[in-house]
Design a protein around this ligand. Structure first.
Ligand SMILES: C[S@@+](CC[C@H](N)C(=O)[O-])C[C@H]1O[C@@H](n2cnc3c(N)ncnc32)[C@H](O)[C@@H]1O
Length: 306
């Protein structure tokens, strides 16, 4: 299959948010196919540094091919939650970019098991060298856990019904294919949301669970804050309300505002370590029309304080 290009989302806004300086050090924790990373690199001079991470070996292979021989670039196959454990970040960073979620090539390559549109093994791991697949999870999780995952990460209102059907089905044989799961959900709940496949929410929820996406984000934000230099920028694009809420709360929690309930006495917060740069940004109408993946994107930028 010919790989469909990943169209970078909010490219200019996210890179502008980093306020790139020619001699600075920047980390792109979600390289994907390098849309954002290439623009950052184009703004660096000979003394600049670009550190690239992705948990997907295919993304890393693309980075290695794209940047071979460029002494300014270092590449690491790892979860961005471990960015502070990478020696290359020890001297501090002037910017960290996270463009969360999955890339178009991951969705489009049927064998990765992310898509309900093509029948393939039910995998969904961004890093297929580690952890359990979606099929493994569905084979052992109890009904309650499956329902909670569908509800929390997919806001699927038929979460209990779907979880019950999955558990019933696996008594006969495990669910191992994307096509089986998509058909089971479709038979159960029918086509209710116009323009949306009935299994969209189920697949999204399983993907978030299988890849531990929210835990990675929580640890990744802390690690980024630890490694950013004063004046360094954090630029994060989220595609899901749970992710965006975490980013917003993280910035708020570190922005040193006085906390406490309206009735109770104010409680002095820890010293401010971050300041939000502007408000949340959303893709333009033109971008949303040109790239449907951009529709749910939210960009937040923050600066580390001295
Ligand atoms: C939306 S794509 C990034 C696209 C990229 N900005 C571009 O323009 O090509 C998200 C990428 O982040 C990677 N990813 C998601 N969560 C990750 C994590 N916790 N650690 C490392 N990589 C992650 C995925 O494997 C995927 O390649």
């Amino acid at each position: 299959m010919v790989e469909r290009q990943h169209i970078p989302v909010m490219l200019n806004e996210a890179v502008e948010g980093l306020a790139v300086r020619a001699g600075g050090s920047y980390l792109d924790g979600t390289f994907g196919r390098g849309g954002h990373a290439r623009v950052v690199l184009s703004r660096l001079g000979a003394d600049g540094r670009l550190l690239v991470m992705d948990r997907d070996p295919q993304a890393i292979a693309t980075a290695q091919a794209a940047f071979a021989g460029d002494p300014r670039v270092s590449i690491r196959h790892a979860n961005f939650s471990t960015l502070a454990e990478w020696d290359e970040t020890a001297a501090g960073l002037d910017g960290v970019l996270l463009d969360l979620g999955v890339s178009s090539p991951q969705l489009d390559e049927a064998s990765r098991g992310f898509s309900f549109l093509a029948d393939a093994p039910l995998d969904m791991r961004m890093d297929p060298t580690q952890g359990e697949s979606a099929a493994d999870f569905l084979a052992h999780a109890d009904e309650r856990e499956i329902a909670d995952v569908l509800w929390l990460y997919g806001e699927e209102r038929f979460s209990r019904k779907i979880a019950r059907a999955i558990v019933e089905r696996r008594k006969e044989a495990p669910i191992t294919r994307t096509g089986e799961l998509a058909a089971l959900v479709e038979r159960l709940i029918g086509r209710r949301e116009p323009g949306k496949h009935p299994a969209t929410r189920t697949f999204q929820a399983l993907r978030i669970r299988v890849n531990g996406e929210l835990g990675a984000l929580e640890r990744g934000l802390e690690a980024a804050l630890e490694r950013l230099k004063p004046g360094g920028r954090l630029s994060v694009i989220s595609f899901h309300s749970l992710e965006d809420r975490m980013v917003k709360q993280f910035i708020r929690d570190h922005s040193g505002r006085v906390q406490g309930s309206r009735r109770g006495p104010p409680v002095a917060a820890a010293p401010a370590r971050l300041a939000a740069v502007g408000k949340a940004q959303f893709p333009s109408e033109a971008e949303q029309a040109a790239n449907p993946r951009a529709r749910s994107a939210v960009l937040r930028v923050a600066e580390k304080l001295a």
